[in-house]
Design a protein around this ligand. Structure first.
Ligand SMILES: [Zn+2]
Ligand SMILES: [Zn+2]
Length: 258
């Protein structure tokens, strides 16, 4: 079995010191490919450096909406330069976070649009981070994302109706361990409407440990197997068939080598 963790933060302090052991446990669990996501200039560089040392590890680069207020024209120019590294397979995570509002919303909107432009220019997929900002995220994608070919809503926590809107735009949806949480009925209903050729898996580690491992505070790629099993059950499928389908979807979406 072959699963790919499409969104992890291996360069974050909680995980970065233990990479060889984390990747060994991951492979033992059948999670054999990873996309590590950078969130600021420093993390983006660390992510690319790590991909050069680990096989089947790729990077996504962006400035997280939390840090939108720090982004200047130079930041965007540097990001565009960095994202041309062959190990970078996506721009992200970018979008809007109106739950934390760590940056003023007008900065978040500006930086989101700038990321969409880079993705269009470099012909890269976009990983969307969206919290409490669904309608506006769709509006900005409609307005500024016309030339972006591939979009995935990561750590999806919306409703089935919102999932249908995302799907109707031709976008993909990725689920974390959040879908396994006891109070996540709405997200489970959403997962039911997402076909396997649009569905991807991620840990978003070090956050979001899935049930029954939620008590393990530090999530890691090996725990993706629990989310995969949960969603396979939800879809009434064998885990191996489910894994194969979502991995095929992932490889096509991020244009990973087969
Ligand atoms: Zn996110
Ligand atoms: Zn993330």
């Amino acid at each position: 079995m072959e699963l790919i963790d499409t969104h992890c933060h291996l360069t974050f302090d909680d995980l970065a010191g233990d990479i060889p052991a984390i990747l060994e446990r991951s492979k033992a669990a059948g999670v054999t490919g990873w996309i590590t996501v950078g969130t600021d200039p420093n993390e983006n560089q660390k992510a690319i450096d790590l991909t050069n040392r680990v096989e089947n590890l790729y990077a996504a680069t962006a400035i997280h909406p939390h840090d939108a207020k720090t982004v200047t024209r130079e930041t965007i120019a540097e990001l565009k330069e960095l994202a041309q590294n062959p190990k970078v397979v996506a721009i992200g995570e970018t979008g809007l976070d109106y739950y934390y509002d760590n940056s003023p919303r007008q900065d978040q909107r500006r930086v989101f649009a700038q990321h969409l432009q880079i993705a269009a220019e470099l012909n890269l997929p976009v990983i969307i981070h969206c919290r409490k900002a669904f309608n506006e995220t769709i509006e900005i994608l409609d307005r500024n994302g016309q030339d972006v070919k591939k979009v995935v809503f990561h750590c999806f926590s919306g409703s089935a109706d919102q999932a249908k809107i995302v799907l109707s735009k031709g976008y993909h949806i990725s689920f974390t361990g959040l879908v396994t949480f006891k109070n996540a009925n709405k997200t489970r209903e959403a997962a039911k409407v997402v076909p396997l050729d649009r569905l991807m898996l991620e840990t978003d580690c070090p956050y979001m440990s899935p049930e029954p491992m939620r008590k393990q505070k530090l999530n890691e790629p090996a725990l993706l197997i629990h989310t995969a099993k949960f969603l396979a059950d939800l879809k009434g499928m064998d885990l191996s068939d489910f894994a194969q389908a979502t991995t095929t979807t992932t490889k096509a979406f991020f244009a990973l080598p087969v």
